[in-house]
Design a protein around this ligand. Structure first.
Ligand code: GLY
Ligand code: MN
Ligand code: MN
Length: 444
């Protein structure tokens, strides 16, 4: 399986340090384990910012970057070696491993951080960290500063400028490297296989969670340790609930099934949605609305290219859907007036995509200086238009009610357009029907 190389982690830290103010220090904590009950923890997954900079997946660690320092510029605090605990909980790299295998210039036991870190902060003018994300960490950071303040009369110089590192770090994470794109392509291809398997397995009478199991089995067999987010498997009316995660109902003949699921590989997410008929054949109404969403999705993908505005794909979707709903009689009026008034909102209430990366709703600003961001090569985003005709919507003809559709792909901006990472899973209705009937889809 592909992994981010050690030299790329080094390069990431160097690039971030070049952005930091002279005389500053950056302090970035790892995630901590959370207790589920007694001595059982929730599954641990490293914090993405920490992982991005260190490649170090253990809990209870802190990374420190001190740009321009003569001695160590990259310091890791990690759990100390503990043969007794390691018998129960597994291997720990310890400070020696942090230096030997993770390229820290220096490393210390995390239990010694209160004694060592204030000394590293002293004389530094600015502290970069996450602000207001974890109250416990904010408190600890101030306690370290106060340790220095307590010694001011002895000549200690506490930092007096505190900056959120999120902006600089997240701008860096927004543009994916070749290695990152290669892993994200693998994650999307694995999840695409899983979606195809669920389509083929689907039969009326099954439970929604049984399709979730098909998806998660395929992803895990392919090396994904956990889903990138909780799978949504919504049959019938449930497809109209945007974040439906109960996945407990019986799938009925005549239902559309919406599956929004993706595996994570090497800390990179995929995020794919497909909607298909439980019995393998779209009804006339289902196909009509499905083809409209597909037209919107293709128009939005067409709008993804360098130099285009972040909002262009969303605007393309809103236009295609609004025109389509007017043609079908679900909306009435002048197209531009309807778009201006966001008349589509009862049927389409979310944006057409989001950044994708280590987090499913990945980091990175959507606006810069009050303007929508301009797309650049290496940005990865989802394109996920949908239509959701609530079962309770009595403003529309009964035949449309309870139809929920979303089609979601993961795309990377390239030098001359974009590349669809999740293209392996069919989305044309004929191809979906062919796959479900045991045939081979012709991929769009
Ligand atoms: N799976 C959540 C989303 O599509 O944004
Ligand atoms: Mn999704
Ligand atoms: Mn998404």
């Amino acid at each position: 399986m592909k992994q981010i190389s050690r030299s790329e982690f080094t390069e990431r830290r160097q690039r971030l340090m070049e952005q930091l103010a002279p005389g500053s220090i950056a302090i970035i904590p790892a995630a901590t384990e959370t207790i589920r009950n007694n001595d059982v923890h929730h599954p641990f997954r490293q914090n993405s910012d920490f992982m991005y900079l260190t490649g170090f997946a253990e809990p209870d660690a802190v990374a420190v970057l001190i740009p321009g320092r003569e001695a160590a510029q990259y310091i890791l605090f990690v759990r100390d070696k503990d043969p007794e605990r390691e018998i129960w909980d597994g291997y720990r790299a310890g400070p020696d491993g942090a230096v030997a295998d993770f390229d820290a210039d220096d490393a210390f036991p995390i239990d010694d951080i209160d004694d060592i870190l204030p000394g590293l902060m002293e004389g530094r003018t600015r502290v970069y960290s996450h602000m207001g994300v974890d109250a416990g960490f904010d408190h600890q950071l101030m306690a370290w500063v106060n340790q220095i303040r307590a010694r001011v009369r002895l000549g200690a110089q506490p930092p007096d400028d505190f900056s959120d590192i999120a902006h600089l770090l997240h701008d860096q994470r927004l543009i994916k490297s070749k290695q990152e794109v290669a892993i994200m392509r693998d994650a999307a291809q694995l999840s695409a296989r899983a979606h195809k398997r669920a389509m083929v397995a689907c039969k009326p009478g099954m439970k929604e969670y049984q399709l979730q199991a098909e998806i998660e089995h395929e992803c895990m067999m392919g090396g994904s340790p956990w889903p990138a987010y909780p799978a949504i498997v919504g049959a019938g009316d449930h497809a109209c609930v945007l974040h439906y995660v109960e996945n407990s109902a019986t799938i009925k003949d005549g239902d559309l099934v919406l599956i929004d699921a993706g595996g994570e590989l090497e800390f990179y997410a995929s995020d794919i949605t497909r909607t298909f008929p439980a019995n393998g054949r779209f009804s006339a109404e289902q196909r009509t609305l499905y083809e409209l969403v597909l037209r919107a999705q293709l128009a939005s993908i067409e709008a993804v290219k360098p130099g285009a505005s972040w909002i262009a794909p969303h605007e393309a979707t809103v236009r295609v859907l609004t025109e389509g709903l007017v043609e079908l009689g679900l909306l009435e009026g002048d197209i531009d007036t309807l778009i201006e008034a966001n008349a589509i909102k009862p049927f389409y209430m979310h944006k057409t995509g989001h950044w994708l990366g280590m987090d499913v709703h990945d980091v990175g600003d959507y606006k810069v200086g009050g303007e929508w961001r301009v797309l650049e090569p290496g940005m990865v985003l989802t394109i996920e238009p949908g239509l959701y005709i609530a079962p309770t919507n009595t403003d529309v003809d009964a035949r449309w009610r309870g139809i929920g559709i979303r089609i979601e792909d993961d795309v990377v901006v390239t030098r001359d357009g974009c590349d669809i990472l999740s293209a392996d899973v069919p989305k044309h209705p004929d191809d979906i029907e062919a796959l479900m009937a045991g045939g081979q889809p012709r991929l769009l």
